[in-house]
Design a protein around this ligand. Structure first.
Ligand SMILES: [Zn+2]
Length: 264
C-alpha cells in the first residue's frame, strides 16, 4: 500500500530559508508489510529524494552516476528533521555530488592519480616502482608498489588489500550477528567470486564471502553476513527467509540494492 501525502506546496524552514516540495511520488515495493513513499525536495543546488521506510534512523547517500541525493527516513519523520539533516550536510553534499558526477566517466585505473573503491568511497592511488608488490592505505589514499608499468601486479596488490580489509570486517559482523540470529558458521572463507557475494552450505555450515565486498559500503557487507547467517535458519529465499531477514535487518532490500550498483 502507499499513499499520497499532499499536493505541491511550499514550506518555510524555521531558520527562514524556503523549501519547495516539488511533488510527491508514491512508490510501491512488493515486500509485504513494507510501505514506501517518497517525495522530492528542491534544495539549493540539488534535488533530494526522500523515501520513508520502516527504519530507525535517517540515512543519506549520493547515487552515481548523476549524483542523486537519496534520503531514507523513518516513517512519519517530521519534515523539519529531514531539512535539518540535509542543511547540516549541505557543503558535504555539494562537494560529493560534484565528485560523484565527475567520476562517473572515469573507471578505476591502477596508475598514480587513478582511484579504487574501498568501503564505498573512491580512494586516490599513489603508484610507485618497486621490486616487490604491495598496497596499503596511507591517510585517505592507497599506496601501491609494483614493478614498473606492471598494472596487473598493481591490481593484484589492491585485491590483496581488499582481502586484508575483509578479514576483520567479516569477523566483526559475524561476532555482532551470531548471537542475534543464534547461528554461527563452522568455517569462513574469503574468495574472489564473480557471480556471488556470499554463500553458505546449509549442511556443513561453511560460509564464503566475496573479497570484492570491500569495495562497497559496510552496510552491504553487513547485509551479506546477515543473509548467510539467516540461511542457517532458513534455506532458500522464500517468505520465511525474507521474514527472518526483515525481523533482523529491516532495510535489507535497500542494502541489497547497493550491490547492484557501482560501489561508490
Ligand atoms: Zn541466499
Amino acid at each position: 500500500m502507499s499513499w499520497l501525502r499532499s499536493d505541491d506546496r511550499f514550506r518555510t524552514h524555521p531558520s527562514g530559508s524556503q523549501w519547495f516540495c516539488q511533488r510527491f511520488l508514491p512508490i510501491i515495493v512488493g515486500m509485504g508489510a513494507w510501505t514506501y513513499d517518497s517525495q522530492w525536495l528542491v534544495m539549493d543546488g540539488y534535488d533530494a529524494r526522500i523515501t520513508y521506510k520502516n527504519m530507525k534512523s535517517l540515512r543519506m547517500r549520493i547515487k552515481p552516476p548523476h549524483g542523486e541525493v537519496v534520503v531514507s527516513a523513518p516513517l512519519s519523520t517530521p519534515d523539519h528533521v529531514i531539512m535539518d539533516f540535509l542543511r547540516e550536510r549541505h557543503e558535504w553534499i555539494l562537494k560529493h555530488r560534484a565528485e560523484v558526477r565527475s567520476r562517473a566517466a572515469a573507471p578505476e585505473s591502477f596508475v598514480t592519480g587513478g582511484r579504487v573503491p574501498l568501503w564505498g568511497w573512491w580512494r586516490e592511488l599513489v603508484v610507485e616502482d618497486a621490486s616487490r608488490t604491495s598496497a596499503r592505505i596511507v591517510g585517505g589514499q592507497v599506496h601501491v608498489r609494483r614493478p614498473a608499468n606492471d598494472h596487473e601486479a598493481a591490481r593484484r596488490a589492491v585485491d590483496a588489500l581488499y582481502e586484508r580489509e575483509m578479514g576483520p570486517a567479516v569477523v566483526e559482523e559475524l561476532e555482532r550477528w551470531e548471537p542475534r540470529i543464534g547461528r554461527q558458521p563452522t568455517q569462513i572463507r574469503l574468495k574472489r567470486m564473480t557471480s556471488r557475494w556470499g554463500s553458505c552450505h546449509p549442511v556443513t555450515g561453511a560460509m564464503s564471502f566475496n573479497v570484492m565486498l570491500a569495495k562497497f559500503r559496510p552496510e552491504a557487507l553487513e547485509y551479506v553476513v546477515v543473509h548467510e547467517l539467516v540461511h542457517l535458519v532458513e534455506r532458500g529465499h522464500g517468505p520465511a527467509f525474507r521474514a527472518c531477514m526483515s525481523a533482523h535487518l529491516p532495510d535489507w532490500p535497500e542494502r541489497r540494492k547497493l550491490l547492484r550498483e557501482a560501489p561508490c
